[in-house]
Design a protein around this ligand. Structure first.
Ligand code: ATP
Ligand code: MG
Length: 340
């Protein structure tokens, strides 16, 4: 039996697992590839390689959609795969787990994360949950129990979490469906309209990561990709400029900034004063986009705090909470519901 403490952040795009005492950590794509509806032919990063390349009888799927588990069986297989990977091929039974769960969602959807581990072959000794926004705040080094208001924006893959937190409690939390994948979609549409060429979401993501810059005077860049000509259906090598990418992504980011501004307007005045002083904490993988912090600061008039490696903010917080009993009050187990 193992007595290890594990932190788990199951995202739409990435799954992250940390083991406290060994100090190990894994982050892989949260994807699985299944052939003929029954044979698993790839997990995680390896399955992502097959995304948009696989033949028709191979389904490459993301079992978390909009931050909630939509395919529990596939999610369980990925969890066991990643758990074995961190333990060098073994399923070590008896670990203690802390899982981050999305805040703005139903109790049933939150409980699914708990059940995922409880019903797996991991045979956990204990399973606790922590709100993703609370973990994010700890991951930013915020003094969570302080009466000061803090404002956090986690821009992930399918969703962005906008949170106001004070005295260790969530005062406001909205999960909105504008995040990295929406930016990728915007690039797909822009290339279709301006170049009459079709590209996949994976190529769009590469264009975004390599070219996107949300600054006022971005440097001109280009990237060569393969696309399909709409009129002939033939694949061609083509060069996409950063101008197309920046315009498309910026247009997709602006409604998100409007939602952030709306939340700021609805924040109780005493907390709003703290937020103006403390700034906005920008997190999530999409916060790695060049100059996105500058754009948020310009459009909201509030300075932005961007931590290093923003994609790992949640798992960093989960691991910190696991590591000290002073954070125990932030964890919880789902309540048994009575149905009459
Ligand atoms: N350098 C970068 N520039 C722009 N976007 C990036 C960059 N690096 C990663 N991303 C984007 O970050 C997103 C993934 O973020 P993250 O890992 O926070 O998501 P997640 O935790 O899996 O999802 P969620 O929390 O929404 O369920 C992807 O859309 C990816 O394209
Ligand atoms: Mg996330």
């Amino acid at each position: 039996m193992s007595d290890e403490k594990y932190g788990l952040d199951i995202g739409t795009w990435n799954i992250r697992l940390s083991a406290l005492s060994s100090g190990t950590y894994i982050s892989e794509k949260n994807v699985i590839a299944v052939k003929d509806r029954k044979i698993v032919i790839g997990y995680c990063d390896e399955a992502f390689e097959m995304y948009e390349r696989a033949p028709e009888n191979v389904e490459v799927s993301f079992p978390v959609q909009d931050s909630v588990i939509s395919e529990i069986d596939k999610m369980q297989m990925i969890l066991e795969y990643i758990f074995k990977k961190i333990n060098r091929g073994k399923i070590l039974k008896g670990g203690n787990f802390l899982i981050s769960v999305p805040t703005d969602t139903t109790e049933v959807e939150k409980r699914a994360f708990h059940e995922l581990v409880a019903n797996s072959r991991l045979k956990a000794r204990s399973i606790y949950m922590v709100e993703k926004s609370v973990a994010d705040a700890v991951g930013c080094g915020i003094d969570i129990k302080s009466p000061k208001g803090n404002f956090l924006v986690n821009i992930g893959a399918d969703t962005t979490d906008i949170t106001v937190i004070s005295l260790g409690s969530i005062v406001i939390n909205h999960k909105v469906k504008i995040a990295g994948r929406r930016f990728d979609e915007a690039i797909v549409n822009a290339v279709r309209q301006s170049e009459q060429k079709l590209i996949g979401m994976k190529t769009a993501e590469q264009l975004k990561i390599r070219l996107a810059d949300m600054g006022e005077t971005p440097e001109h860049k280009e990237m060569q990709i393969f696309a399909r000509v709409m009129s002939t259906g033939l694949p061609v090598r083509t060069v996409i400029s950063s101008d197309i990418v920046n315009a498309a992504v910026k247009e997709a980011v602006m409604p998100l900034i409007d939602l952030v501004r709306n939340t700021l307007e609805k924040t109780p005045p005493e907390l709003a004063a703290d937020i103006i002083e403390n700034g906005i904490y920008l997190q999530g993988g999409s916060a790695s986009m060049v100059n996105i912090g500058a754009l948020f600061a310009k459009e909201t008039g509030i300075r932005v705090k961007l931590l290093k490696d923003p994609g790992n903010s949640t798992i960093r917080g989960v691991t910190t909470i696991l590591g000290s009993s002073k954070y125990n009050s932030l964890r919880y187990v789902p309540q048994e519901k009575e149905y009459n």
